[in-house]
Design a protein around this ligand. Structure first.
Ligand code: PRP
Length: 173
């Protein structure tokens, strides 16, 4: 496999994040907001989205891992790193780079809901529309894409290409 054509450019990503940040800033005005990034993929979205949020915000991270092959989600989720922060009574916004099958988020939402946050919403840069197995209510979405395998802007193939400033397609050699 190799990196193919650009699917979403750096400019498109940055302008989507500016819009998402403005919407989040409006919606959380006067509220105590905690951003929860899902590692590793979300680090890039988290950094750039946060720079477009104008209300006071705190950061925390979770690391999860799905068992299984490189380009397929198995549906079994392991929490590798839990939140440092208690979230009871807090407004929590989960930040994801991509929602694929939806299984990771559905598991995360379930395990965070029992901790009684004041609110629990999701922001995702990318959302694969064709193959979502679990319906997830996403409050802020950057782009809807098809089932193609994409890399860049936090997304990897075998650990590589997360540093690309755009989202690109992977293609056969
Ligand atoms: C990716 C992505 C989401 C998840 C989405 O993470 O960051 O967390 O897959 O897939 P799903 O909707 O089918 O559950 P991945 O497991 O590849 O880990 P990484 O972020 O460390 O690369």
């Amino acid at each position: 496999m190799k990196v193919g054509e650009v699917l979403i450019s750096e400019e498109q990503i940055q302008s989507a994040l500016a819009e998402m940040g403005a919407a989040i800033s409006r919606d959380y005005e006067g509220k105590d907001l905690l951003l929860v990034g899902v590692l590793k993929g979300a680090f890039m979205v988290m950094a750039d989205l946060a720079r477009n949020i104008t209300v006071p915000v705190e950061f925390d991270f979770m690391a999860v891992s799905s068992y299984g092959a490189a380009t397929q989600t198995s549906g079994v989720v392991r929490i590798l790193k839990d939140l440092d922060t208690e979230i009871e009574g807090r407004h929590v916004l989960i930040i994801e780079d991509i929602i694929d099958s939806g299984l990771t988020l559905s598991y995360l939402l379930k395990s965070l809901k029992v901790r009684k946050p004041a609110s629990l919403e999701v922001a995702a840069l990318l959302r694969k529309v064709d193959i979502q197995r679990v319906p997830i209510d996403v409050s802020y979405t950057g782009f809807e894409i098809g089932s193609e395998f994409v890399v860049g802007y936090g997304l990897d193939y075998a650990g590589l290409y997360r540093n690309l400033p755009h989202v690109a397609l992977m293609e056969e050699e």
